[in-house]
Every structure is written in structure tokens, then in C-alpha cells.
Design a protein around this ligand. Structure first.
Ligand code: TUI
Length: 309
């Protein structure tokens, strides 16, 4: 399937891996790129030098295109923004904010810039600022989320901008890809399904929580403070939601969650840790290689879309 996104990024399949904090490191990114999608290194809260090391390790594992996600709430965002230029990264996606202040630096370095947006307003602003494409991310996604659903956000962003749109949130098989294309998207971003990839270094307990999850097993913490994060329900989310309903401050609640994503991803503590995952976790039921996942999804999407447009 050739689209403006596959052309822009020089990739075989219109599938981009989510830049998931702690999860999207070089093993996963290189495996997705090798399988013909666009692998991403998630900068998350990591210092610039850690991201530089991940970029170099990804280059050792694949000669195909890959990108870096710059998480704009990170205290290291300025450093990571420079590191991607110094290391000659070809594609940057951004999350959890407005990347406006980095656009000129990235564009003059020839980087393809793809901000993740959760609203039409930010999509339009990013197009005016010179973005090459946008990811329209619905509230079905795991992690830090916006309000609009993928079904409502994607067609509205497609109508509002001329640059290509990548759909994200709630997509994990060929049906989701076909649906996103019918809404006008030219690629999809997939996170939760790649968490359980064989190449993903995530702790087996985390993978099993996703594999065993049911349709309504995710919840959202932090809504009342304007920092909504979707993750799978557990003791941590119950405590968080209780304290949130008692009116505890954002700072107190942040302290409670400090380091809990790492605890779940690396130590496998899926009781006290934060198990970020999208609503589609209920449909994900097995570990596969990235290539198996991508080939299966693309075959299904192509069969569904044949004759549909
Ligand atoms: O960024 C994400 N998802 C993330 S980042 C992340 S790291 C984290 N860890 C713990 C707590 C909080 C974050 C985990 N998941 N997705 C992209 C995304 N961006 N979704 C929503 C947005 C967004 C929201 C508001 C982008 C811009 C925005 O407003 C920008 C503005 O200034 O108008």
C-alpha cells in the first residue's frame, strides 16, 4: 500500500510504531523498521545521551528508516531535540505538547517532523509551522491522551489540513487499519500490539497483563488535573483514583506515580506499577515477531480495502 506517508518516509508499509516511554527502545524500533514499518525510539524522560546511545544501537541493527519520539514534557526535551539533529535522525515525532520552538532547527536539518496531536487546532497550527504530517491520536490510546476518539478526530483532522494524517488509538489489526484509511488516514501508528512483540524487552508480566486484558480493563488517571493517562486497572490505579477523588494535589499524585512505569516495564511489578496500554488491549492475545504482526495486519487490511474505495 503506497501512500504519501510511505513515500515521505521511504517505508514499505504504512505502519508507524508508537514512541512508547520505556518500551520503545532500540530492539523494538529496529525490529519494526526491519519488518518494513517505521520503528521509533521513545525519548520519554531519558537524558539526551541515553537517546544518542539508543539511536546508535538502532543504526547498528537496521539500515532502514527509523525515527525518534520527543516527549515534550520531559525535562530533557531540549537536549533530545539537539541530539536528533547531531545524530542525523531522519524522522521525529513529538508528544504531549507543542513542538513549535524546535520546528525551525529540525526543518533546517532536513528532518521530517510529525507532531502527535489530539485536536484539530493543534493539527492546523503544526501544518502552518511546517510539519510534514501529523499523527491524530484518539483517546483510545495508552499513556498520555486527549479527549476526542479516533473515529471523530481522524476525519476532522483530515478535513482541516492538507498534509497527510496518520491515525492512532485503538488500532491493532487489519480491520483497524482499513477503517483508519476509510476515514482518510494514510498510515497508522500502533503502540499496544507492539508492546507484546517478541522483540520487545518489556517484562513478561507486563506482556501477560495486555494479553489477558478484557475490553474494559483500562482506566484513566489524572483527568481532574489535566494530565490524563490511560493504563490497565490495578492496585496503583485504584489508589490513585481514590486519592484523586479525595482532592489530592497534582504534585502529591505525581509523587505516587514517580517511577511506576519503569517498575512495571522493567521489574514486572504490574500491581504497584503503571501498566500503560490502549483500550484495544482486550483484542491482543498473543506474542508474535514484529514481522509476523505487520505481515498479518497488512494482508488483512489489503483484503478488506480491495474494491472498497
Ligand atoms: O505523548 C503521548 N503519549 C504519552 S507521553 C507519555 S510519558 C508520560 N509518562 C507519565 C505521565 C505522563 C506522560 C506517555 N504517553 N501521546 C501523544 C499525545 N500528545 N497525546 C496527547 C497529546 C497532546 C496533548 C495536548 C499534545 C498536545 C497537547 O497540547 C499542546 C498545546 O500546548 O496546545
Amino acid at each position: 500500500m503506497k501512500t504519501r506517508i510511505t513515500e515521505l518516509l521511504g517505508i514499505e508499509h504504512p505502519i508507524i510504531q508508537g514512541g512508547m516511554a520505556w518500551v520503545a527502545e532500540y530492539h523494538l524500533a529496529s525490529a519494526v523498521s526491519e519488518a518494513g514499518g517505521l520503528g521509533l525510539i521513545g525519548g520519554a524522560n531519558a537524558p539526551g545521551e541515553v537517546v544518542r546511545d539508543y539511536i546508535r544501537k538502532t543504526k547498528e541493527r537496521t539500515s532502514k528508516p527509523f525515527g525518534v519520539n520527543v516527549m515534550l514534557m520531559s525535562p530533557h526535551a531540549d537536549d533530545v531535540a539537539k541530539v536528533v539533529v547531531e545524530e542525523g535522525v531522519k524522522v521525529v515525532t513529538t508528544g504531549a505538547g507543542n513542538p513549535g520552538k524546535y520546528m525551525d532547527m529540525w526543518k533546517s536539518a532536513g528532518i521530517k517532523v510529525i507532531p502527535v496531536v489530539a485536536s484539530v487546532a493543534l493539527a492546523k497550527m503544526m501544518e502552518r509551522a511546517g510539519a510534514d504530517a501529523v499523527v491524530a491520536e484518539g483517546t483510545e490510546s495508552g499513556g498520555h491522551i486527549g479527549e476526542a476518539t479516533t473515529m471523530t478526530l481522524v476525519p476532522q483532522v483530515v478535513d482541516a489540513v492538507n498534509i497527510p494524517v496518520i491515525a492512532a488509538g485503538g488500532i491493532a489489526d487489519g480491520r483497524g487499519i482499513a477503517a483508519a484509511f476509510m476515514l482518510g488516514a494514510e498510515a497508522v501508528q500502533i503502540g499496544t500490539r507492539f508492546v507484546v512483540a517478541k522483540e520487545s524487552i518489556v517484562h513478561e508480566n507486563y506482556k501477560q497483563r495486555i494479553i489477558k486484558a478484557k475490553d474494559i480493563d483500562s482506566t484513566v488517571t489524572g483527568r481532574s488535573h489535566g494530565h490524563p493517562v490511560r493504563c490497565l486497572r490495578n492496585q496503583m490505579t485504584r489508589e490513585y483514583n481514590k486519592l484523586e477523588s479525595e482532592g489530592k494535589s497534582f504534585e502529591e499524585l505525581e509523587y505516587l506515580t514517580l517511577g511506576t512505569l519503569r517498575k512495571a516495564v522493567q521489574e514486572g511489578d504490574v500491581t504497584h506499577g503503571t501498566v500503560m496500554a490502549g483500550q484495544i488491549a482486550g483484542m491482543i492475545n498473543k506474542e508474535q515477531t514484529c514481522k509476523e504482526m505487520i505481515d498479518e495486519m497488512m494482508a488483512q487490511a489489503e483484503a478488506l480495502l480491495k474494491g472498497a474505495r
